[in-house]
Design a protein around this ligand. Structure first.
Ligand code: IDP
Ligand code: MG
Length: 139
């Protein structure tokens, strides 16, 4: 079954939005098969966002995601990657469709409340960064 990594970013955990965001993903019919709260160190933050290492916002992004605890979760289901990103909305909350997580909860393009893997290949790599095999309760 297809899996995707979801991160609830510091801006959202700090405003008490974690359960509301998890609930939106569950309402899609996606099944939560792993979850943990953790405070990312800069090294793991840099690894997770390695694809953006040459972007001007990279160091600010790393600071941001490691500024407070996050919730990491794995969701599983039909087209999990695409459907999770759909309900998250566009990267910039100002451009995200109404009713999406980022439109409703995001603050700005950097503090946009959630991360979702962008392909099944990326999902596999990202899930391995955050979870061991026996932390995933996949059917
Ligand atoms: P995504 O999260 O929608 O996949 P990406 O382009 O992969 O978007 O960017 C990763 C994260 O980097 C975004 O979620 C956002 O937090 C941050 N980001 C993206 N573009 C900008 C920008 O132009 N300025 C500041 N932060 C940005
Ligand atoms: Mg991305």
């Amino acid at each position: 079954m297809e899996k995707t990594l979801v991160l609830i970013k510091p801006d959202a955990t700090q405003r008490g939005l974690a359960s509301a965001i998890l609930s939106r993903l569950e309402k899609l019919g996606l099944k939560m098969v792993a979850i943990k709260m953790l405070h990312l160190d800069k090294q793991l933050a840099r690894q997770h966002y390695a694809v953006h290492k040459d972007k001007p916002f990279f160091s600010s992004l790393v600071d941001c995601i490691s500024s407070a605890p996050i919730v990491a979760a794995v969701f599983e289901g039909y087209k999990a990657v695409e459907r999770a990103r759909e309900v998250m909305g566009a990267t910039d909350p100002a451009k995200a469709e109404a009713g999406t997580i980022r439109s409703d909860f995001g603050v700005d393009i950097e503090h946009n409340s959630v991360h979702g893997s962008d392909s099944t290949e990326t999902a596999e790599i990202e899930i391995r960064l955050f979870f061991t095999e026996n932390e995933i309760f996949s059917s």
